[in-house]
Design a protein around this ligand. Structure first.
Ligand code: SF4
Length: 354
């Protein structure tokens, strides 16, 4: 191994033992269930945001079989606000598989961990090293950033070749004697020192040999090949109200917000105003049932690949039309707490309706 690589591993692990003060409840945890839970929560979520969710899940479901026996609806409600609901769905499927098929024993081999639903190479390496001390290096956004900057690597982190190179380098640098500490160290350094913006190079243990620091390339690394395309979507939610009841339905099992609840949704190709919405065949056909319809509020929510504009309309009804009975359910307003909704709808309910 080159001097620069040896220096990297030594400096990083020293920093972790003496200086790194980042404290999170799952650090030093050895229970593979809790480690797995924390890693699933942290996929596409910042640690600070995921913290409360981790605490709520481990309190309500202290073991994997407790989670396996949870009602879908209860787990989804606890997950509410984290987004990417597919993660929650896979998490429940995996908990049930481990509890029922493996007698509650979490797999302890890398390949078996990787084969679990919702677990990719990064999560498998994290669980294998943190729970079982196995020599697998984690490679996530933090690791790409630290490695690309320290070694001045300009390979695109989203290209096949770039991914292969970074994975090989990460594996070479791993301290196999204590893979858990090494992995924790590089993730923490990326999260707290070598950050995407305004990295704290003056506090960095790697500064002396860091190429990006020396050549002033910090803001240019890591390199990405493709710019992410963001699709705009336009949701018009009709909140049907009959006396003190409101109508909701469960979303499909695919696409965004899987299995969560929503109001009646009319999606349009572009942002529309109320006058245009009124030309929708649904509203024309059910005109005789409507007492009043008015715009209430609108929100924007950014998902990884989508920017969603949601407009909310309150629709007061004279009766309960048949077409609504067939596809959703009527609940009393105060019962909305018993159902899981996407964040946008939760915000709307909290700020406006009650
Ligand atoms: S010196 Fe700066 S750019 Fe280099 S690894 Fe440390 S924090 Fe990152």
């Amino acid at each position: 191994m080159s001097v620069s690589k040896k220096y990297f591993t030594k400096q990083l692990t020293n920093w972790h033992s003496h200086t790194n003060e980042r404290s999170l409840p799952w650090k030093e945890e050895k229970d593979p269930y809790k480690i797995w839970l924390s890693e699933i929560i942290l996929q596409q979520t910042r640690a600070e945001q995921g913290l409360q969710y981790y605490l709520s899940f481990t309190e309500k479901y202290p073991s994997i079989c407790d989670l396996a026996n949870a009602k879908d609806e209860d787990a989804f409600r606890l997950w509410q606000g984290l987004g990417y609901y597919n993660r929650c769905k896979n998490m429940l499927a995996t908990a049930r598989y481990i509890c029922e098929q493996l007698s509650g024993q979490f797999p302890d081999k890398y390949e078996d961990i990787l084969a679990l639903k919702g677990v990719g190479a990064y999560t498998a390496a994290a669980i294998a090293s943190f729970a079982f001390g196995l020599p697998y290096a984690v490679v996530d956004g933090n690791v790409y950033r630290v490695l690309s900057r320290y070694f001045g690597m300009e390979d695109a982190i989203d290209s096949t070749e770039g991914k292969r190179k970074f994975a090989a380098l990460a594996h070479e640098l791993l301290d196999t004697e204590d893979a858990a500490a090494y992995n924790q160290a590089i993730m923490d350094l990326g999260a707290t020192v070598c950050t995407p913006k305004q990295s704290k190079c003056d506090e960095c243990p790697l500064q002396k040999k860091c190429i990006a620091f020396k050549d002033q390339l910090i803001h240019l690394l890591p390199v990405k090949e493709k710019k992410m395309k963001v699709q705009g979507r336009f949701f018009n939610f009709l909140l049907f109200q009959y006396q003190d009841e409101i109508w909701i339905e469960r979303r499909a099992d695919t696409g965004i917000w899987q299995n969560l609840h929503q109001f009646y949704l009319i999606e349009s190709e572009y942002s529309i105003v109320q006058k245009i919405l009124m030309e929708n065949p649904l509203l024309i056909n059910c005109k005789s049932h409507i007492i009043s319809l008015r715009f209430a509020n609108q929100y924007k929510q950014r998902l990884t690949h989508q920017l969603i504009e949601s407009k909310f309309y309150l629709v007061e009804l004279k009766d309960k039309p048949d077409f609504l009975k067939q596809r959703g359910l009527w609940i009393r307003k105060e019962q909305s707490d018993d159902y899981a909704f996407p964040k946008t709808i939760v915000d709307f309910l909290q700020s406006f309706l009650f």
